[in-house]
Design a protein. Structure first.
Length: 76
C-alpha cells in the first residue's frame, strides 16, 4: 500500500493520514496537537484492511483514536 494506496480514496475519517506498510502494517492518523501523528499497528495486512474499511472508511466515530481527538478538539 505504501505512500498512496487504492484504499486511500475510501477513507472518510478526518484524522486519517496514510497507511504505512514498509515493513510494518500501520494506519497513521493525526496526533493530538495537529503536528504529530498516532499509529495503530496490526498483526497483518488483512487485519489492517478489515479495520480500515470498517472504521476509517465508514464508522470512524467508533475508533478510539477518533473519539480521543474529538474530545481533545472539543476541549480547546
Amino acid at each position: 500500500m505504501g505512500k498512496c494506496s487504492f484504499m486511500d480514496k475510501h477513507m472518510t475519517c478526518p484524522y486519517f493520514r496514510r497507511f504505512d506498510t514498509d515493513g510494518k502494517t500501520q494506519i497513521v492518523c493525526e496526533g493530538v496537537d495537529g503536528a504529530s501523528s498516532s499509529r495503530m499497528s496490526f498483526s497483518g495486512i488483512k487485519q489492517l484492511k478489515e479495520y480500515a474499511m470498517s472504521r476509517c472508511a465508514s464508522d470512524y466515530c467508533l475508533c478510539v483514536l477518533c473519539r480521543g481527538l474529538n474530545e481533545f478538539y472539543e476541549g480547546e
